[in-house]
Design a protein around this ligand. Sequence first.
Ligand SMILES: [Fe+2]
Ligand SMILES: [Fe+2]
Length: 261
Amino acid sequence: MARETSILFVGDVVGRTGRQALESLLPGLREELVPTFVVVNGENAAGGIGITPKEADALFAMGADAITLGNHTYRHREIWPYLDERREIVRPANYLPGQPGRGTCLVERDGVTLGVVNLSGNLYMQAASPALVTVDEALREVAGADHVLVDMHAEATSEKVALGWYLDGKVTAVVGTHTHVPTADARVLPNGTAYITDVGMTGARGGVIGVRREQSIAVMRTHMPMRFDSSDEDPWINAVLVRAAPVPRRAESIEQILRPA
Ligand SMILES: [Fe+2]
Ligand SMILES: [Fe+2]
């Protein structure tokens, strides 16, 4: 296994603004950080909600090795068959077996294999089974991988912290997504698993978790429905770089990458 394996994980890419931010920043980050793998959460890539084959293809073309998703996975029908056809895009493993797609995948680069696992939290989310139970089965599916990254897409910080502790020493990294706000708790846990409760979002920081702020404020002030558009003000990338240890499934460091586009 290469000594210098590293994973750049990019938090929820929101709409065109998020895609453009990633497209403009990724070449420079590649040069600077030289990540072995790039994994991108794409659940908000299409107009802020969900993803279609067009955005998935665009993220792959930018250099994503794998795409993870979340609660907006099935918003656009066009992605349903794509999720069954393309191996490198995953939806939460603890969804119903009958729902399109898979929850784990394996990608390979420079002779190193990375297992990617996507999970959904259970609080305020419609997952079929508890993340902390289904993860055992998901890890068996990526048993042969040199390194494993778990994207826990969840609302509740407690579920993400609990999963981090449960997987400490079993996987290379547990990264949280969904809230679109980065947390200040990135660290390597005692048994060698890199952990962060939320990576944040790649999109417009001038909005309300990706939505134009005046629309979000109006809904909160009137309790009346209103159309939501993605904000394009002040785009940033929110990501983490996990440097793997020279032993399988352990991390040496985790560093937040928070930069304006
Ligand atoms: Fe999201
Ligand atoms: Fe989400």
